[in-house]
Ligand binder design. Structure first.
Ligand code: HEM
Length: 460
């Protein structure tokens, strides 16, 4: 049962949503250790809008009702702040990250970055994505197992280093790849993710302490990035089509260029937001395609209907079943379970509830995507549902929405489809997982537990 009676619009006036009764510490532990079970339990018990409390975070309204999500995403953006509610990522991304900005500065930065992820630029990335996928997978050995998530991360990181930084293979490229991967691995277990949530744990107690290790890796990463920025500033003739080139030449309305720190934070944001998310989505896609044999068969049939090796990337990305497989992958376990928080700058009525200034609202994408009234048999992987009907942006929202909708949405979908098509058309794989794979927390995203083990059977 999804919607509690009290949640109907007319009965809610002057009331707050129902509050989860479990103690804060228990809600926090469950959210970290059993995220799926915890969310399912809350939805069953409290309905599709409720108040939850987690240690280290402000009290939040969690919403998964499409009508409420529409009200939120279409509200005046001046009414909602996100940046100030995303402090948890500041140690990683820096204070100038798009994710941490609000108001006019946020709008300006989005305008500046947006063209890099759309239109003609995307087409240029298509060939590069297929090349990188072929290069990384050519290291797979027939008869050998491999783990999908790190392998997909290798692809997505190489793609982003080349598109965002314009970096070609070389010493700095290798080093950035290594340090960034190690830095993100600091948060690879649900418990180490706790460090992001509690400021009191963020203490550098030496190179072997968890936070100390993170801080040193971040310093190494920053040194590499600042070297690259300095060299590129000194060699204007080397500017290319990449996003760093675009940002280096950008000017604000006063004619000011971006400072080195601003550039570093924005580059880190692209790297952080752009590569691990896509890699996790791809690992899930490989899991589901090999978990449901009929899906694999149908997908192969569609891919075999065109000459993948010579096809224009856009022809591949428009294949309907491939699109349905990627959408269903992002529906069932959406990688980012919650949108960025929205903090009310003035009182707001949401689904008839009166929410006060300062209240934090988080859209729970996972719960919206699990609603049986929108997605019958929600726990079943069934791409056909995306061929049978269209879902509104408030029913299907793996990339969030409103003025904060994921900047890299088109890029991520493009990459997912091209990499999946390249792998499926080159290799036959076998899933080695004996039991259903569940999502676990990795920092602020949710990834398949164990990373998805597969075996390379033969080259097709
Ligand atoms: C499958 C891959 C991805 C998923 C599932 C994903 C998901 C999301 C979600 C849910 C949000 C928050 C939206 C909201 O609160 O309304 C977001 C924001 C963002 N994403 Fe992505 N993302 C992905 C890939 C990418 C890529 C490839 C890039 C860039 C290279 C990127 C850059 C960003 C940025 C910069 C923001 C912040 C936008 C803002 O604050 O205005 N993401 N993403």
């Amino acid at each position: 049962m999804i919607t509690l009676k009290e949640n109907s619009q007319t009965q809610n006036s002057n009331k707050l949503p129902i509050q989860a009764t479990e103690p804060k510490w228990l809600q926090t532990m469950r959210a970290i250790v059993q995220p799926i079970e915890n969310l399912d339990r809350h939805q069953n018990k409290y309905g599709d809008i409720f108040i939850s409390r987690f240690a280290g975070l402000p009290t939040q309204v969690i919403i998964s009702n499409p009508q409420g999500i529409q009200e939120l995403f279409t509200a005046d953006s001046k009414l909602l702040e996100s940046g100030s509610g995303s402090n948890i990522v500041q140690p990683l991304l820096g204070a100038n990250s798009l994710i941490l900005l609000d108001g006019d500065r946020h709008l300006q930065q989005r305008k500046l970055l947006m063209p890099s992820f759309h239109g003609e630029r995307m087409k240029a990335y298509g060939k590069l994505i297929c090349e990188v996928a072929e290069q990384v997978t050519s290291q797979w050995t027939i008869g050998q197992p491999f783990v999908a998530r790190p392998s997909m991360q290798d692809i997505s990181l190489k793609v982003i280093l080349r598109t965002v930084f314009g970096l070609e293979e070389g010493e700095r490229y290798q080093k950035i790849q290594q340090v960034l991967t190690e830095m993100l691995d600091t948060f690879n277990s649900p418990l180490s993710a706790v460090f992001l949530f509690f400021k009191s744990l963020q203490r550098d107690l030496g190179a072997w302490s968890p936070w100390g290790k993170f801080v040193r890796r971040r310093q190494q990463f920053d040194d590499l990035i600042y070297q690259e920025i300095r060299e590129r500033r000194n060699q204007p003739e080397s500017q290319g089509e990449d996003i760093l080139s675009l940002l280096l030449s950008a000017r604000d309305e006063n004619g000011q260029t971006m400072s080195d720190v601003e550039l570093r934070d924005e580059l880190m944001t692209m790297l952080f937001a752009g590569h691990e998310t896509t890699a996790i989505a791809l690992a899930w896609a490989l899991y589901w395609v090999h978990y449901v044999p009929e899906v694999r068969e149908k997908l192969l049939q569609e891919l075999n209907s065109i000459d993948i090796a010579n096809a224009d990337p856009t022809t591949i990305t428009q294949l309907p079943y491939l699109n349905a497989v990627c959408s269903e992958t992002l529906r069932i376990y959406p990688v980012v379970f919650f949108s960025l928080p929205r903090i009310l700058q003035a009182p707001m009525q949401l689904m008839g509830y009166d929410l006060p200034t300062g209240m934090t609202i988080s859209v729970c994408t996972y719960l919206t995507h699990q609603r049986p009234d929108i997605y019958p048999e929600p726990k079943r992987f069934r791409p056909e549902r995306f061929l049978e009907r269209q879902f509104s942006p408030y029913e299907f929202l793996p990339f969030g929405g409103g003025n904060r909708r994921c900047l890299g949405m088109a890029f991520a979908l493009f990459e997912m489809k091209l990499v999946l098509a390249t792998i499926m058309s080159h290799y036959s794989l076998e899933l080695l997982e004996k039991a259903p794979v569940k999502p676990v927390r990795r920092g602020i995203v949710f990834a398949p537990a164990g990373g998805v083990h597969l075996m390379v059977k033969e080259k097709l």
